[in-house]
Design a protein. Structure first.
Length: 396
């Protein structure tokens, strides 16, 4: 029998989706599940985007340019300008979601065997894309006790070796909800300049920053040739399914190299680009309403979590996630048990075990990532179920 590739064997399972078969089995038995495991917004997509999709009158659904439609990229220039990010249309490459933007950036900038630094806990799919590209990921650890603030510069310096080629940041952070301050970003800038590294900056949650301090993009740090911005419309417009992301960089050589991969995969999604382009302008009220709703959900949910005995969540400053410590020894076992064994009036909750967001196997064992993307009534019910589940689990 032929053997599976080493790369395939090294590919980790998604902590966000690996328990999905258990959830589907529960649903077939009539169980209602509150999905706290995945960042799928329940807020509606902008009306402008949906109307544009309904009005598609093409007789042929053709390939688009490999870099994406110029009209979309021109509108994105105006969008980025509002956040102090000054770019030209040719400095934007449209991708099949933020996921492809990450993978193509890795493939264009790093060689197999190169090392990349990132904070942990970190978005689990970064590891999957690194495995695909043959990159070795090294981590510096942020802690729940310090609210997942950026680790000290010394921790980064200790992790750097002659093979280190890049640092990856997610700001606002998935899975922790932490927002890196300008001071923290300038500390990263110093390291990037000192060691001549790439800085991959995933900023897909920039709309959802709940602090009073102005948001600072890595594109504004003054290290133009080093920064590759990763972006997506999935979260800000509740358009996860259209699979439209972006790579943005001033580095022409990186763009030219990324384009080789883009041409090989032909083009980003046609219909997705139509919807995304229509969603950019005239949606200011929509964006403001989404921000206020997520902030209200955050305030309600974090307060509720911290009222449960033994549960602790720091206050997230952005995005719509939090990493939560639970009074259990094995959070994955608890998450599985909630799906297979526990029911409260025919309902249960689904969470993402947080150990899958860490590289070190002994970290995050009693933590879960939760997404507060459900309406407040569902969050309230989820909190009640979680409280009851913890009691029952620890009585076993």
């Amino acid at each position: 029998m032929p053997q599976i590739s080493v790369r395939g064997l090294q590919m980790p399972s998604s902590p966000i989706r690996k328990l999905a078969p258990l959830a589907e089995a529960a649903k077939r038995d009539g169980v209602k599940i509150y999905h706290l495991n995945i960042g799928q917004p329940d807020l509606p997509t902008p009306r402008q985007g949906l109307e544009a999709l309904k009005q598609v009158d093409r007789t042929t659904l053709e390939y688009s340019p490999s870099e994406g439609y110029l009209s979309l990229r021109e509108k994105l220039v105006g969008y980025y300008h509002k956040f102090g990010i000054e770019v030209r249309p040719d400095e934007i490459i449209v991708t099949a979601g933020g996921s492809e933007a990450i993978l193509l950036s890795f493939l264009a900038c790093l060689n197999p065997g190169d090392e990349m630094l990132m904070t942990e806990p970190g978005y689990a799919n970064y590891i999957s894309f690194a495995v695909t590209a043959g990159i070795n990921v090294k981590t510096v650890t942020s802690t729940i006790e310090e609210g997942f603030a950026l680790p000290p510069v010394e921790a980064f310096e200790e992790a750097i070796t002659p093979k280190t080629r890049a640092i990856l940041l997610c700001n606002p952070n998935n899975p922790t909800g932490y927002v890196y301050s300008p001071q923290e970003l300038y500390r990263i800038k110093e390291i990037v300049e000192k060691h001549d590294l790439y800085l991959f900056s995933d900023e897909v949650y920039r709309e959802f920053v709940y602090t009073d301090e102005p948001y600072l993009s890595a594109m504004s740090l003054g290290i133009d040739e080093n920064v590759i911005l990763i972006d997506s419309v999935s979260k800000r417009y509740s358009e996860c399914g259209i699979r439209i992301g972006m790579i943005v960089t001033h580095n022409r050589l990186v763009r030219d190299t990324v384009m080789k991969y883009c041409q090989a995969r032909l083009s980003p999604p046609l219909l997705g680009q139509i919807v995304a382009e229509a969603s950019i302008e005239g949606t200011e009220d929509y964006t403001r309403a989404c921000f206020e709703e997520y902030k209200a959900r955050r305030d309600f949910f974090i307060k509720g979590l911290n009222s449960i005995p033994g549960v602790f969540s720091p206050m997230p400053h952005g995005a719509f996630y939090t990493v939560v410590s639970l009074p259990v020894a094995d959070a994955e076992d608890f998450c599985r048990w909630c799906l297979t064994d526990f029911r409260l009036d025919g309902e249960t909750v689904m969470m993402a075990p947080a150990d899958g967001f860490y590289r070190h196997p002994d970290l995050g064992r009693n933590q879960v990532r939760m997404a507060y993307v459900l309406k407040k009534e569902d969050l309230q019910r989820s909190l009640l179920i979680l409280r009851s589940a913890l009691k029952a689990y620890n009585r076993r």
